[in-house]
Ligand binder design. Structure first.
Ligand code: AHM
Ligand code: MG
Length: 306
């Protein structure tokens, strides 16, 4: 990326650094999207979680690192794809924020051309930190439409992100399409990850109940699956599995930002025992089971696992 792409229409928001971070994320989104067709192959490298990395993961990580470290008030950039934080200048916790990114969430969907996203957590503390140190969180969803959901102290909003003109050199607009996103009170959908034979018995029993009540919607990208829950109401989980009680998703890059967004939208998020935002990480790449959605469904889940 060359000069930061100008972004219009972001409106009046409370924290200028947070707004600048989401401007930077929005500015990279059309560029990441445009680069995906040629990057559906494995890069040949692994990430700190031991997973194989796609070329699209690396490209998105590079673009986002460049754009976010250039934001005034960002002290460090921490990515699911990088072992170490990138120093961006300011002292985190003393006026500067740490920005945690999953650059291309659900990138295994590149091969099958299904939804993917970018997840963003803005922390007011050096990582690893708990989700209580988040000041804002959001995600980009690369679906048929590029949308960005942003949550901060003022609530949750959904925006459409578009290039203002065709080609690479135009600006990028952020248009709010929902300025107070709330979980619908009557839940409709659920999506649970992992192989059913690997689910612990208590989670399987809960899933059997939910199957009777809600419709299955699972697309294999947390951002896409959580966006359905936010839209229709329901529950998403990547549960603890037999043999991998820590589940799959990463606390700093995935679970905390999603928990922050869903809780701000009136929902709940747990690791099975406690609020995700209270989980204390030992390392930046720690994994955690994630159960997130309408409060009543999450409370029942916690009771089922107790
Ligand atoms: P990723 O960030 O490496 O793509 O991994 C996380 C993704 C989530 O988006 C999704 O919920 C989960 O992995 C899907 O896993 P599975 O393919 O095992 O269903
Ligand atoms: Mg991910």
């Amino acid at each position: 990326m060359t000069d930061p792409t100008p972004v219009a229409d972001s409106g009046d928001r409370a924290d200028p650094t947070v707004e600048a971070v989401f401007d930077a994320v929005a500015a990279t989104a059309p560029e990441i999207r445009a680069a995906l067709p040629g990057r559906r192959v494995e890069s040949g490298t692994g990430n700190p979680s031991g997973e194989r990395v796609m070329a699209g993961d690396l490209y998105a990580d590079e673009l986002l690192a460049e754009a976010i470290t250039a934001v005034d008030g960002v002290g460090s950039f921490v990515s699911e794809e990088r072992e170490a934080a990138v120093d961006a200048g300011g002292a985190v916790g003393e006026g500067a924020y740490a920005v945690a990114i999953d650059p291309l969430d659900g990138s295994s969907n590149l091969r099958s051309n299904n939804a993917m996203g970018t997840v963003v957590g803005v922390y007011d503390a050096p990582l690893p930190a708990t989700g209580r140190d988040l000041v804002a969180a959001g995600y980009v969803l690369y679906g048929p439409i590029t949308t960005m959901v942003v949550a901060d102290a003022s609530g949750v909003r959904e925006e459409v992100v578009e290039r203002e003109t065709a080609g690479d050199d135009g600006g990028v607009s952020r248009s709010v399409v929902e300025d107070d996103l709330r979980l619908p009170p009557d839940p409709l959908v659920y999506g649970f990850g992992g192989r059913v034979p690997d689910w612990p018995d208590d989670f399987t029993a809960y899933a059997r109940e939910i199957e009777d009540e809600l419709k299955l919607r699972y697309g294999g990208a947390m951002v896409g699956d959580v966006n359905q829950v936010l839209t229709y109401g329901g529950i998403f989980a990547y549960p603890a599995l037999v043999g991998t009680p820590e589940g799959k998703l990463r606390l700093s890059f995935e679970a905390n930002p999603i928990a922050y967004i869903v809780e701000r939208a009136g929902g709940a998020a747990t690791d099975g025992e406690i609020d995700i935002l209270d989980v204390k990480p030992e390392g930046v790449h720690d994994r955690v089971p994630l159960y997130v959605g309408n409060e009543e469904l999450v409370e029942r889940l916690q009771a089922a696992l107790a």
